[in-house]
Design a protein. Structure first.
Length: 346
């Protein structure tokens, strides 16, 4: 296929500097889940490390180990999707920080076969989102189990963390109260977490009291604004990638591109947005599994490039997401891994 996803690494660097300024004095934990939001893990992690990022949020242990291979020993890499004892052992071996949101994982840590393994634990309290996390009524028991692991030299409590819904300020305030009470309880139990982290992109930018020591910023780092929220200009971020497709055929039915729902565009977007062609904007008329058709223009020919969405395009990922009541991340993540990534830098 001739469709490409063009990623501007200089724009990415500018976003990283903007994030750093917005959340200071907290540190930026760059979230790189889902292949760095489908932009390509290794090039993005490498550039971020060069720009001074020293915390990465890698979602799962396999991704965390891949990040470790890129950045070496100097960065901290936090993972929070952990499947059990084997994952824990692999995470400790890869020198990862482990987000523990299930008491059973504490028992698994205690049972690791290598008694010299010291796990860096970030204990998660469920503040009401119910995504995962230890329920407040079980928090004291989890702290006691963690204290046993610390006393046995099997672990160190590095952090207390949680997710919030970012649905309303009132809900988030309630969640923060639970979070702060959980941290206070950890300190009262004789544990001394070095780091607290609660906020992600939106709360990290908008609410200073939520920033704590680390802010987990993913979407904004890639220039993906929140659906229904402030625009890129308001946030001071810019999309870093552009999806560009090539005309493959022109016939009576229209102009056809080698891009379709299998390569990144939901079929429900057909008839609802325009793309940029050499002759100006044209409406997307149909989206098939591996191709899409757009309104014709004079002298359209195979090989013409069409800018579909993203940086410098008529629509961003979030613009398209809002048309079908979803979020920009979903559109970005739909760009198939079979679409070649091309990295640009001055």
């Amino acid at each position: 296929m001739t469709t490409t996803y063009r990623v501007d690494l200089d724009a990415f660097s500018r976003n990283l500097h903007r994030v750093r300024a917005a959340i200071a004095p907290a540190a930026h934990m760059l979230v790189v889940k889902d292949d760095a939001y489908a932009h390509g893990l290794e090039p993005l992690v490498s550039r971020a490390f060069d720009e001074g990022v020293r915390w990465f949020g890698a979602f799962d242990v396999a991704t965390g180990a891949a990040v470790r291979a890129v950045v070496g020993p100097e960065a901290r890499i936090f993972v929070w999707l952990i499947g059990g004892a084997d994952d824990l052992a692999a995470g400790v071996a890869a020198d990862l920080d482990l987000g523990i949101g299930d008491e059973a994982l504490l028992d698994d840590l205690a049972g690791l076969s290598d008694p010299a393994s010291v796990a860096r634990i970030h204990l998660k309290i469920d503040t009401g989102l119910h995504r995962n996390g230890i329920r407040p009524e079980r928090w004291d028991e989890a702290l006691a189990r963690t204290a046993e692991l610390v006393a046995q030299g099997r672990g160190v409590l590095e952090g207390i963390w949680s997710h919030i819904s970012e649905a309303s300020d009132a809900d988030d305030d309630d969640a923060r109260a639970v979070f702060l009470a959980g941290r206070d309880a950890a300190r009262a139990a004789g544990l001394a977490p070095r780091f607290s982290h609660l906020a992600a992109s939106a709360a990290g930018f908008a609410r200073g009291e939520f920033r704590e020591d680390l802010v987990r910023v993913g979407a904004f780092s890639y220039g993906i604004r929140p659906a229904g929220g402030p625009g890129e200009d308001d946030l001071g971020i810019e999309p870093i990638a552009t999806l560009v497709a090539t005309v493959t055929a022109v016939d009576a039915a229209g102009v056809h591109l080698d891009l379709g729902s299998l390569h990144g565009l939901p079929s429900t977007l057909a008839g609802r947005f325009d793309v940029d062609t050499p002759a100006g904007p044209r409406r997307v008329e149909a989206i098939a599994p591996a191709s899409l058709s757009i309104a014709p223009w004079p002298e359209a020919a195979p090989g013409d490039e069409v800018v579909v969405f993203g940086r410098g395009a008529r629509n961003s990922a979030t613009d398209l997401a809002e048309l079908i009541d979803t979020i920009g991340e979903e559109i970005a993540l739909r760009v198939s891994p079979t679409v070649p990534r091309r990295y640009l830098s001055a």
